[in-house]
Write a protein that binds this ligand. Structure first.
Ligand code: NAP
Length: 309
């Protein structure tokens, strides 16, 4: 079947794009690799999405987004897109890892981004045995223990706060003295009694044995002093990498691989639109992802009108 639109990714951007497209009367396939929700599934509390003044848990918001789409005739396709190719008649073929494929007249790319690795010795060796990129998923394993969080952005600050309510102590290691994350989180982190700030410092190594990691070697950049922090877990939040490698090379990307779009979310390839965290932009929020998804769907609807004219 040739769908009017294929949306790749069921995070806030993808769910919004699918909702707007199906409501405009076109046929939509929403391709999702995991559970719907995207990154909000690994976010404990969302405090800045309007309409939830008391904050909402990430998985609850994901459920609500999904429930909103449930009443509409969107084809939900489970799979990982490995390639997007333009085919005859100017449609697109989406190849799936499972060997299947689907065709659509236009594509809205909402595949998001995932957490970047630190690249420190020991990071791969202790992955899943102390090294984690998701406090909400793994934090409970460290109840009453000591952990390290690495990074200075919103993710690191938020997750350090989340962990501080579960574990004995959080060491927040950041390479600069100033944090990049929002002031509201900076203030809370500074006030938390069991968060120690280890600033101007980098992780040199993660060490441990057969039972898992047991310590983190941290170096102060200015003095060169090296410190061993005894910790059974390390949560790494040093930025995001886009999930855009499966797109055709004609889709322009920035140096980090994020997809370039215009204000209408059109990419350099007519018929391919992008929305949410996969896009090259400054603001990465649930609210901006939702806005991107609505804008991309509107542009895709206009594209389909020209196609069908
Ligand atoms: P981010 O804002 O890019 O911050 C990454 C942090 O990691 C920075 O503090 C950076 O240090 C540090 N870093 C980068 N590479 C490093 C390395 N090799 N070694 C040590 N430290 C390194 O990433 P994020 O916190 O994952 O957030 C991603 C996006 O999502 C942001 O736009 C963020 O605002 C958004 N977000 C928003 C919320 C919210 O509003 N509630 C929550 C989570 C994420 P420097 O500061 O020195 O560069």
């Amino acid at each position: 079947m040739l769908y009017d639109a294929a949306v790749i990714g069921a995070g806030p951007a993808g769910i919004t794009a699918a909702l707007y497209l199906v409501r405009s009367g076109v046929s939509v396939a929403l391709v999702e690799n995991g559970a719907p929700g995207g990154q909000i599934l690994s976010t404990a509390e969302i405090e800045n999405y309007p309409g939830f003044p008391k904050s909402i848990k990430g998985w609850e918001l994901a459920d609500l987004f999904d429930a909103h789409l449930a009443g509409y005739p969107v084809a939900r396709v489970r799979g990982q897109v490995t390639a997007v190719r333009r085919t005859e008649g100017h449609a697109f073929t989406l190849e799936l890892a499972e060997g299947e494929a689907l065709e659509a007249k236009c594509v809205v790319v909402c595949s998001g981004a995932h957490h970047r690795r630190l690249g420190a010795p020991g990071e791969n060796d202790f992955s899943g045995r102390g090294v984690s990129y998701c406090a909400v998923c793994d934090g409970n394993f460290y109840r009453g223990r000591d952990v390290v969080v690495v990074g200075g952005g919103n993710s690191a600050l938020e997750e350090a706060l989340y962990l501080s309510r579960i574990v004995n102590k959080v060491y927040l290691v950041h390479r600069r003295d100033a944090f990049r994350g929002a002031m509201v989180y900076q203030n809370k982190v500074r006030q938390a009694e069991n968060i120690e700030l280890v600033t101007g410092s980098v992780v040199d190594e993660i060490r441990g044995g057969s039972a898992g990691m047991d310590s983190v070697i941290v170096r102060h950049l200015e003095s060169g002093n090296v410190r061993t922090i005894a910790a059974e877990g390390i949560f790494i939040y040093v930025g995001m990498e886009p999930l855009s490698g499966y797109l055709p090379e004609q889709v322009n990307r920035d140096a980090a691989g994020f997809v370039m779009t215009d204000a209408e979310m059109s990419t350099s390839v007519p018929g391919i639109f992008a929305a949410g965290d996969v896009r090259s932009k400054r603001c990465r929020q649930v609210s901006s992802a939702v806005g991107d998804g609505a804008t991309a769907a509107t542009a895709a609807s206009s594209y389909l009108e020209q196609w069908n004219a």
